[in-house]
Design a protein. Structure first.
Length: 160
């Protein structure tokens, strides 16, 4: 699944830096990723960082500490970007000078644990968040992975 996530990033038609933070895996992720994407690693387009298993927030904070781009998009290992998603999000964020863009997302259901046989997909609209914190308490909060975040160069922004 991690290769699908990485490949989806490099299919985006924008200048991109992909940072893969390995949260303590013991399944050979490092050797697989470095061997599969050796030229991108050498060119600095794919940065691999490994940390001890401390959870998603620690992994995202590690990525934030490395990132040099204007925008940040988080993906989990089983996520992927549809083609042209990132350029559209960036263009919209630029047009309205947004700090955060929240999008809809798709949930896929598979027949097998290897996620090879897709049963169905559901598209989930972006949350409206018209009612601020009440919407979030009602379960309408955006997912970390369906948002694009503007990154300020000197920001101390951290995930908690």
């Amino acid at each position: 699944m991690i290769c699908r996530a990485i490949d989806s990033c490099f299919r985006q038609k924008v200048d991109i830096e992909v940072i893969l933070v390995d949260d303590g895996s013991s399944d050979g992720t490092y050797s697989h990723v470095v061997n599969t994407y050796a030229s991108l690693v050498e060119q600095g387009q794919l940065i691999y960082a490994k940390i001890e298993h401390l959870g998603q927030s620690a992994a995202r904070n590690k990525g934030l500490s490395i990132a040099g781009g204007k925008y940040i998009k988080f993906l989990d290992s089983d996520d992927f970007l549809i083609d042209e998603a990132l350029p559209k999000e960036v263009a919209y964020a630029e047009r309205i000078n947004a700090d955060v863009i929240v999008t809809g997302y798709m949930t896929n259901y598979y027949a097998d644990p290897d996620r090879m046989t897709l049963i169905k997909s559901d598209f989930i609209d972006a949350p409206k968040l018209d009612n601020g914190i009440d919407d979030m308490l009602l379960g309408n909060a955006p997912l970390t992975t369906n948002a694009l975040y503007k990154r300020e160069k000197n920001s101390s922004f951290k995930m908690e």
